[in-house]
Design a protein around this ligand. Structure first.
Ligand code: PMP
Length: 354
């Protein structure tokens, strides 16, 4: 607290990011990164971009990258906006596209950044409880709204929503922006990108941090009508510091163009997830049905605190959900490599003395 701070900063409750440990020997299953890293072609492109051209500013519109994304998603390039991670894209979207004449609606269990962006940009919000089975009930989204955001698959539960549910929401909320955060959609979820061509109020956000293995590069993007994209560009251009760096643009573009790598690594992660879910259920843990690269787990007789600490003592870090009351006794575990998941299962056997 300082007398020099703006009042809004006093009241901010900043997002607490997952730990980024410096001990290389830890098994890190806490922030949903890919165990397989980026496409070798992306790495080559990043290295090739490190030359004399670094003295020049990058293309503020990241046109080559946006063109590659547009080709892949089969939408016009005017429908694409790229930013420094989907966190930045989301921040611009909250600021540019959510109105403050009614609360922003999102689920009571979801990505922890949404309430913070509301706070940052002076937006009221109202959380909608998940059903008992932790699914999102779109019928419960009703009443006045300044905008809606849903993560699909939902963050922290991993549960996916069908396209038809999102379309029914779009049919009812036609005058406010609906954002679908598809950070984890590549791991088995259903994308609503095609709907962006029919619903001018739908914005889909995506990231290179998860399935593309490029969390360290900081690239995300949005797909929506040119009207929505124009709003994002206006906000971005009001901050001169925001263009994506040259290496980021080059690496992300090469990554988009290497679809085979994405399919291969995502396929491995899905196979590992599915066998891990079976193995955990055999050990008596509850596991929500995830279509993400993470799972939410609960042990009926062993608290999440005990499990978290016991895993940490064995050099395995997972994500505690303590700040989210509904799932405070659950742990979120990222799907790592097969060896990492075997180490997790072995540690759990020790802890639970099976
Ligand atoms: N949305 C969701 C649901 C997430 O879990 C994350 C990652 N924590 C993000 C967006 C942001 O990802 P990034 O900024 O790395 O693109």
């Amino acid at each position: 607290m300082s007398q020099f701070w703006n009042r809004k900063v006093h009241d901010l409750q900043p997002y607490v990011p997952g730990e980024q440990p410096r001990m290389a020997t830890l098994i890190k299953l806490n922030t949903n990164e890919s165990p397989y890293g980026p496409s070798p072609r992306a790495l080559e492109a990043i290295k090739a971009s490190a030359d004399d051209r670094l003295r020049l500013y990058p293309d503020p519109a990241a046109l080559a990258l946006c063109t590659a994304i547009a080709e892949q998603e089969q939408v016009p390039v005017e429908c694409i906006f790229a930013g420094n991670g989907s966190d930045e894209v989301l921040a611009h979207a909250f600021q540019a596209l959510f109105r403050n004449d009614a609360p922003i609606l999102f689920s009571d269990v979801t990505y922890g950044f949404y309430p913070i962006y509301c706070q940052m940009f002076g937006l009221e919000y109202r959380t909608i409880p998940l059903r008992d089975d932790f699914t999102i009930a779109v019928e419960d989204y009703e009443g006045p709204a300044g905008g809606i955001i849903i993560a699909n698959p939902n963050a922290n539960t991993g549960i996916g929503l069908p396209v038809s549910a999102i379309e029914s929401l779009l049919k009812r909320f036609t005058t406010q922006t609906v954002i679908i955060d598809e950070a984890y959609v590549d791991f088995g979820g259903k994308s609503v990108v095609p709907l962006t061509q029919r619903y001018p109020n739908l914005l889909v956000t995506r990231t290179f941090s998860k399935s593309s293995g490029l969390a360290g590069l900081r690239v995300g993007y949005a797909i929506g009508s040119p009207e929505l994209i124009e709003g994002l560009i206006r906000v971005k251009d009001s901050f001169n510091s925001y263009p994506l760096s040259r290496p980021a643009q080059a690496g992300a573009e090469a990554s988009v163009r290497d679809k085979a790598w994405l399919e291969q690594t995502v396929g491995r992660i899905i196979a590992t997830r599915d066998r891990t879910v079976t193995a955990l259920r055999e050990r008596g843990l509850k596991v929500l049905p995830s279509v993400g690269n993470f799972i939410l787990v609960h042990h009926p007789d062993c608290s999440s605190d005990t499990l978290f600490n016991a895993l940490r003592e064995r050099a395995i870090i997972v994500r505690h959900q303590g700040s989210s009351p509904r799932i405070s006794d659950w742990l979120r575990i990222t799907i790592g490599s097969d060896e990492e998941m075997d180490a997790l299962l072995k540690a759990l056997d020790e802890i639970l003395s099976l």
